[in-house]
Write a protein that binds this ligand. Structure first.
Ligand SMILES: Nc1ncnc2c1ncn2[C@@H]1O[C@H](COP(=O)(O)OP(=O)(O)OP(=O)(O)O)[C@@H](O)[C@H]1O
Ligand SMILES: [Mg+2]
Length: 124
C-alpha cells in the first residue's frame, strides 16, 4: 500500500509523521519502507539515525516516482512517501500513485471557533 503524506504548505509535520509511523508499523510486525521524495533528503537521513532497521529509499524526481514507486510498494506492506511542501510535478506524481493520501488542512475562518479535523485522509 502506498501512503503519501502530502501538503502544499511546508513545515506542517510531514517528515515527522513519516519518520515515526514507519518504525511503529515495523514494530507491529508489518514491513514499512520510508520513501523520501524531498530533494533535501531530510527524512531518510533522520530515519537512518533514529531507526536504522527501517528501510528507506530516496526517489526525488517525478519519473522515478512514477516508474519505481509501484514496484517498490509490492515488496513491502506499507510504502510511506514523504512529499514536498509545494505543488510540484513530484507532488502530482505521488498523488497519482497513492492508495492513501494524508494531507494537513487549515480550518477556515468560519470554522475556527468549532472543533474540526485538521487532517484529511483520501483513499483511491
Ligand atoms: N506534532 C507535532 N508537534 C509539535 N511539533 C511538531 C509536530 N510535528 C512536527 N513538528 C515540528 O515541526 C517542524 C516541521 O516538521 P517537519 O520537518 O516534519 O515538517 P515538514 O512538513 O516535513 O516540512 P517540509 O515541508 O519543510 O519538509 C519540526 O521542527 C518538527 O519537529
Ligand atoms: Mg519534510
Amino acid at each position: 500500500m502506498i501512503i503519501v503524506i502530502a501538503n502544499s504548505k511546508g513545515g506542517v509535520g510531514k517528515s515527522t509523521l513519516a519518520v515515526h509511523l514507519a518504525p511503529w508499523l515495523n514494530e507491529q510486525n508489518h514491513r514499512a519502507t520510508l520513501v523520501d521524495c524531498d530533494t533535501q533528503h531530510s527524512s531518510s537521513e533522520w530515519i537512518r539515525e533514529a531507526a536504522p532497521n527501517v528501510k528507506s529509499i530516496c526517489l526525488d524526481n517525478p519519473d522515478d516516482i512514477l516508474d519505481e514507486l509501484p514496484s517498490l510498494a509490492r515488496e513491502t506492506d506499507f510504502a510511506f512517501a514523504d512529499g514536498l511542501g509545494s505543488q510540484t510535478e513530484i507532488s502530482r506524481a505521488l498523488l497519482l500513485k497513492a492508495h492513501l493520501a494524508i494531507s494537513y488542512i487549515r480550518r477556515s475562518r468560519g470554522l475556527r471557533s468549532r472543533k474540526s479535523s485538521r487532517c484529511s485522509v483520501r483513499t483511491s
